[in-house]
Design a protein around this ligand. Structure first.
Ligand code: SF4
Length: 363
């Protein structure tokens, strides 16, 4: 079969299957480019089911680009709290301001212009251009990569630049004029619903008749697996510091990992330090106060994309000094019941839950 004919068959079969089997998701019920953009940013690195309530809450509170651009970053981060990868929220906010300032409040429609916005890479530009504006633009994510590697038996590490180049070129060749958005969504849906990393459901797959990996019974060999490196693990000691019934929290600087979020003071333990000594030093360096370290409250283990953290949290009291922001952006003494008003990273959230459950037990 000539490849043009094969591609035409693939498109037809895939679009037919998608028309019958597409999941009913809130962002598929709208043509509003802003809503589609928000959904695409939330869906990066995050499962569909986890995104749905965040998406609905976000759009209810910030229904337009203008409302997002006017919102305070604290409001945006609070709406994002628990979804992780907070740079996505900060970039979305910055991009909304740029759209208002430079594009008259309308999301640009071309891939080139979309790529100028903070937080918009090749995938997101392709998704918005094709799904919201119907442009013939390809997109490649983890699901599309897996499907294409199997359909065409693409060898080599799929994260490698040369292999990625080949995958993008194939996606570009395949995406049809007039149905680009549906086709791109169908490819992702196929990867998520049938072409699973393990045990793909080839018997239900609309592309099984053209899938090279299936023909050779080599589905499990594609994409080629590269052994994962073990993630480094750091011990980060934190203090729940009390004074007159209030707890001290501080705000991270706006840049970098978890930027702009609130947290319990503390930091990385050095190899030759005890946990209590590390905590006293970190709090002194961060806020210029001296604390007394009390009992261990909780231990939380959390994994980020490139490292893991082991977090012992201690109950502490402030002994001397008035807090000053030395290595943070802001600080507050808050009542325990008000902690929920601030956006915290997931690991701190678990400490708050433990504080609440202890309070319930003691009351
Ligand atoms: S036939 Fe199987 S391996 Fe091939 S694309 Fe379909 S689900 Fe994936």
């Amino acid at each position: 079969m000539k490849h043009k004919e094969r591609y035409a068959q693939m498109r037809k079969a895939l679009l037919g299957w998608f028309a019958e089997n597409a999941r009913d998701l809130p962002w598929r019920r709208t043509r509003d480019p802003y809503a589609i953009w928000v959904s695409e940013i939330m869906l990066q690195q995050t499962r569909v089911q986890a995104v749905v309530p965040y998406y609905e809450r976000f759009l209810k509170r910030l229904p337009t680009i203008q409302t997002l651009a006017r919102a305070r970053i604290d409001t945006v981060l609070k709406l994002w709290e628990g979804l992780g990868y907070y740079s996505r929220a900060r970039n979305l906010h910055r991009a909304a301001k740029e759209i208002v300032a430079q594009f008259d409040g309308h999301l640009p429609t071309t891939r080139e212009e979309l790529l100028t916005l903070p937080g918009v890479g090749r995938y997101t530009a392709g998704a918005i251009a094709s799904i919201a504006f119907g442009r013939r633009e390809p997109l490649v994510d983890g699901n599309v990569t897996r499907v294409l590697c199997r359909l065409f038996r693409i060898e080599g590490d799929s994260k490698d630049m040369t292999v990625q180049k080949r995958i993008w070129a194939l996606a570009e060749e395949l995406v049809p004029e007039g149905h680009a958005g549906q086709f791109n969504q169908a490819m992702m849906e196929l990867g998520s619903e049938l072409c699973h990393p393990r045990d793909p459901k080839c018997g239900d797959c609309p592309l099984s008749h053209v899938c090279e990996a299936r023909r050779h019974r080599e589905q499990s060999l594609f994409p080629t697996r590269v052994p994962k490196k073990q993630l480094p693990c750091y011990t980060v000691v934190v203090g729940v510091i009390y004074r007159k019934g209030r707890i001290l929290i501080d705000k991270r600087k706006p840049e970098g990992l978890l930027g702009g979020l609130w947290e319990f003071p503390g930091g990385k333990k050095r190899r030759d330090e005890s946990r209590a000594a590390a905590l006293r030093r970190e709090v002194r360096e961060e806020l210029a106060i001296t604390i007394r370290v009390g009992p261990l409250l909780a231990v939380v283990d959390h994994a980020y994309s490139h490292f893991r953290v082991h977090i012992p949290a201690f109950e502490c009291t402030s002994v001397s000094g008035e807090p000053r922001c030395i290595a943070c952006d802001d600080f507050k003494w808050v009542r325990p019941r008000d902690l929920g008003r601030y956006a915290f990273p997931a690991a701190n959230h678990r400490i708050i839950e433990i504080l609440r459950s202890q309070k319930k037990r003691h009351s």
